[in-house]
Ligand binder design. Structure first.
Ligand code: 13P
Ligand code: SF4
Length: 570
């Protein structure tokens, strides 16, 4: 469709709600977006709160958050552009881990989503063990990860009822929880009414345990607003989103999700309607129902939804980014392979923050070994003993040592030997006294290509006699050995004359090396990454190489699970 044809289409729908000069400008932008969308095989999802010109021009699908999640789950298009707020884009990403999901404005948050943290949910679960946790879709991914169920405004009561549980934790919207409690005939209580968190829960007859999160838009509507409008327009039909207070919802004629409100207006034949929700939706409903009068209370707008503009949507589609990600690259080797394939398919660099290989002293060791002074390497041992009381997610994480830390040590072994892994035998355990939930210690024996044997001994709950975070290394070659304490202390000896029992040995220096481009820890990785993007070179921690260190980690995990040696595909 040409820009002119799109303008005429928008004019027919929106001339009563958007001035003509603005429609012309927006039709031009929407035309450019639609061309870019086709070129990139993208799909655009638009929430019902999007401003009218955007809502009626670029989305392939519009709807409430549940409908859009379902569309995101079924689409075969990639990327997905989500014209909505961050939690919605995150949900689309959870449903499509292999696809690129673009959110046009990173500021597009949500007061409900930011009202609760994953730590808050964990504390509630500790306090009410075994009670199912339902979270509203208006939450961030880490909060969802702590929940048993996720609902939206259109299925919240049905989800709670389906659990057939006497008590349910429902987070984080205080008002939605209140409305669900009323719809399901349950009594509701909030943690603040139960005394300090460390106390055991008092014997009270609560059935829904809520949280004090609120939507900064819907909390502003009052029963007085409803009464004032009714006085002036006695025949008005008033609809409220269930994020409004239970008192406001009770004073209205209908309450449901954004899409259910749209359908309700379409089906009724009353002359006047008032929607107690984000104001843009009133414009969209008015445009779709020219025969019906929409009243508006537009002093209340969602600042987050209004961050999404046609300009930003176009920008999002234009950006085809290179990515520098945190290690480990993925939570399974299969997912890591998919990420490598996606990066290759997109023709973009995807590199990993494997910062330990950017330390000046590991480069010094690498250069010394490369010089051949101790002859070809035959054996490498590394020891990692740290007592790290992090608190937080690591304490709960499975395979915490192997996945979160040993990846650096394994990667360092590949760097200094230049060899790839061929097989591994690993024992992983959680020593008594460990403050982690799982796998804080491990030993592993790797057979590397070139016949090198590499052994790893590690613990994250070793109190006393700690090594450095880089590990302590002992490397044996055919003509000598070298030790590195992980900081600046090196010790190396080479054979000067082979003896009968012992050879004649001589201490040698491990000379400093000038490898400025490959040092600087995190900053070094970033610097090299940016440089490579500029010049078209390949960063050293590119996913196609880093996946070999990942393979060492997942090989070790598999071996520990199976209790036998496993092969590692390079
Ligand atoms: P819906 O699920 O009804 O679309 O609501 C999302 C939202 O954020 C309402 O403020
Ligand atoms: Fe969040 Fe409220 Fe905005 Fe919806 S309207 S996105 S709940 S702040």
């Amino acid at each position: 469709m040409t820009a002119e044809a799109l303008y005429l289409e928008l004019k027919a729908k929106l001339e009563k709600v958007v001035p003509d000069f603005e429609l012309r400008h927006k039709a031009q932008l929407a035309h450019e977006i639609n061309c870019k969308k086709a070129e990139r095989n993208a799909v655009i999802l638009g929430h019902n709160y999007m401003e009218p010109a955007l809502f009626h021009s670029v989305p392939d699908f519009t709807g409430d958050s549940l409908e859009l999640c379902r569309k995101a789950a079924r689409t075969d298009k990639d990327p997905i552009v989500f014209c909505g707020v961050r939690f919605m884009a995150e949900t689309a990403k959870i449903l499509n881990p292999d696809k690129l999901v673009l959110l046009p404005a990173k500021e597009a948050g949500c007061s409900l989503a930011s009202s609760i943290t994953a730590g808050d949910v964990r504390q509630l679960k500790e306090r009410f063990p075994g009670v199912p946790v339902v979270v509203y879709v208006n939450t961030y991914a880490d909060v969802k990860a702590e929940a048993d169920y996720c609902c939206t405004s259109s299925n919240a009561a049905a989800v709670v009822e389906s659990l057939k549980s006497e008590t349910v934790i429902f987070l984080p919207d205080e008002y939605l929880a209140g409305n669900v409690a009323r719809d399901t005939g349950k009594r509701i209580i909030f943690p603040s009414q139960l005394g300090p968190l460390h106390d055991s829960p008092p014997e009270v007859d609560y059935e829904i345990i809520g949280w004090h999160g609120r939507c900064e838009v819907h909390e502003k509507f009052t029963v007085e607003d409803v009464e004032n409008v009714r006085r002036q327009f006695p025949d008005v039909v008033i609809l409220a989103h269930p994020e409004c207070s239970p008192e406001v919802v009770a004073a209205c004629d209908f309450s449901a999700s954004t899409s259910a409100m749209i359908r309700y207006v379409e089906q009724l034949s009353a002359p006047h309607y008032l929607l107690l929700t984000e104001c843009s939706m009133g414009d969209n409903v008015a445009a779709a129902n020219p025969d019906k009068e929409m009243l508006r209370l537009c002093s209340v707008r969602c600042p987050h939804m209004n961050e999404i503009t046609l300009e930003d949507t176009l920008e999002a589609l234009k950006h085809e980014c290179h990515v520098l990600g945190e290690k480990p690259m993925a939570n399974t080797l299969d997912n890591a392979r998919k990420m490598v394939a996606s990066a290759q398919q997109a023709g973009r660099a995807y590199a990993v923050m494997q910062n330990y290989r950017y330390s000046p002293n590991i480069r010094r060791l690498q250069h010394f070994l490369e010089s051949g002074e101790i002859g070809p390497i035959t054996t490498v041992h590394s020891d990692f003993y740290i007592g790290a009381h992090f608190g937080g997610f690591r304490d709960r994480m499975e395979h915490v040592l192997l996945l979160d830390m040993a990846i650096h040590t394994f990667d360092a072994a590949r760097l200094i030997t230049g060899a790839d892994p061929a097989s591994v035998y690993c024992k992983e355990w959680n020593p008594s006294g460990s403050w982690y939930d799982h796998g804080a210690s491990a030993v592993a024996i790797f057979e590397m290509t070139d016949g090198i044997v590499y052994t790893y001994r590690g613990s994250w709950c070793a109190e006393g006699l700690n090594t450095t975070w880089n590990s302590e290394w002992h490397i044996i070659g055919e003509k000598g050995s070298v030790k590195w304490d992980g900081e600046s202390a090196f010790q190396a000896q080479v054979v000067t004359e082979t003896g009968n029992l012992s050879s004649e040995l001589q201490d040698v220096d491990v000379p400093p090396c000038d490898d400025a481009g490959k040092t600087g820890s995190h900053a070094g990785v970033i610097q090299e990454f940016v440089q490579c993007i500029r010049t078209g070179a390949t960063p050293e921690t590119v996913c196609t190489d880093n996946i070999k260190s990942m393979a060492m980690v997942f090989g070790a995990i598999e071996s520990a699970r199976a209790g036998r040696k496993v092969g590692i595909e390079s």
